[in-house]
Design a binder for this molecule. Sequence first.
Ligand SMILES: *[C@@H]1O[C@H](CO)[C@@H](O)[C@H](O)[C@H]1NC(C)=O
Ligand SMILES: *[C@@H]1O[C@H](CO)[C@@H](O)[C@H](O)[C@H]1NC(C)=O
Length: 384
Amino acid sequence: MLPDGYSSSKKKDAYWDDVCGQEVSKMARIRCMMQTFDIRTFIVLFLVIPIGFTGVYFHGQKITYFLRPLWQSPPKPFITIPHYYHENVSMDSLCKLHGWNLRDYPRKVYDAVLFNNEIDMLTIRWKELHPYVTQFVLLETNSTFTSIPKPHYFAINRERFDFAEPRLTYGTIGGRFKKGENPFVEEAYQRVALDQLLKIAGIEDGDLLIMSDVDEIPSAHTIDLLRWCDGPPPILHLNLNNYLYSFEFNVDHSSWRASVHQYQKGKTRYAHYRQTDYLLAESGWHCSFCFRKITDFVFKMKAYSHTDRVRLSHFLDPKRIQNVICNGDDLYDMLPEEYTFKDIIAKMGPIPHSYSAVHLPSYLLNNADEYRYLLPGNCIREAG
Ligand SMILES: *[C@@H]1O[C@H](CO)[C@@H](O)[C@H](O)[C@H]1NC(C)=O
Ligand SMILES: *[C@@H]1O[C@H](CO)[C@@H](O)[C@H](O)[C@H]1NC(C)=O
């Protein structure tokens, strides 16, 4: 005995055979084909599949980012060192609060950066760190990481940095202009050149070396603490407050790439990845894409290491960029890079506006007219 279901479906086949089995007119044949496609098959074939493909084509990156928690586990968590500071507490007390000891004299401090075109960020950075830095070391090339030729912007604007000139070690190297190469290779090459420049600047064992991008700005009191105390880990990442476009958009508190090293000849290499488990809390600001002009955004989007993100040329439309900035949206229309669904969902959508300009770099507040665009409530950018 066959089960009921089997026999009845068999019956149905037979029924279709009766109607469409024999050769009939062309019209009847087409009608027969249409009958075999029931309406659901039709919807799947001509609506769901094409929409699905279009969706994956345009939002593929979003989908992979959303599914990131499935294919990538979070990095090992940092050991965060609590950070104590108040301007009215003595350095001796501050060192002790951290379990460290006050030194007889401060360590020398070298601040080394690869410079692209971030004139304003560099000014705010150097003014913030100026009281405590022994040598500012700056390297620039005539190539972006993605092998686009660029002028030596620092050289062109050098007279603006007169205040740093007595402590400046400046160097240039020619870009390699290898088309189609992974931009991280050019970046690594430039960082090796920076190691050479540091030696020229006179760095010695035990000196402090700040390794960070121009827009990752350690607060002055953080560097003062590290140069005056004995006891901090010899390599220490700095936990910075993350901002996007300006200090109006406080993305989160989790920037960690900047680091401070007690220099060791032959061992210390300039790097911008994770080098230790130690992270000092609340140590400054990371202001990404904090540019004065719309054209700066376009330049950076083209020159950025992750060029694959510039998928559609409409991303570079100035009107769109201006709207994105004022809304706190994502320039690349991407999802947040997080490791858990909870964090991704919590960060989806625009960044909320911040109305706080408390605890920002002092030079910024003392020169607010010049840097208005970095402060809350001033999202409109110059076009040119
Ligand atoms: C700072 O400390 C001094 C003495 O140590 C004290 O007189 C003064 O009131 C303090 N100022 C603040 C703002 O706490
Ligand atoms: C970049 O600089 C190097 C070395 O100074 C030079 O040889 C090269 O021609 C420059 N390239 C461009 C595109 O400016």
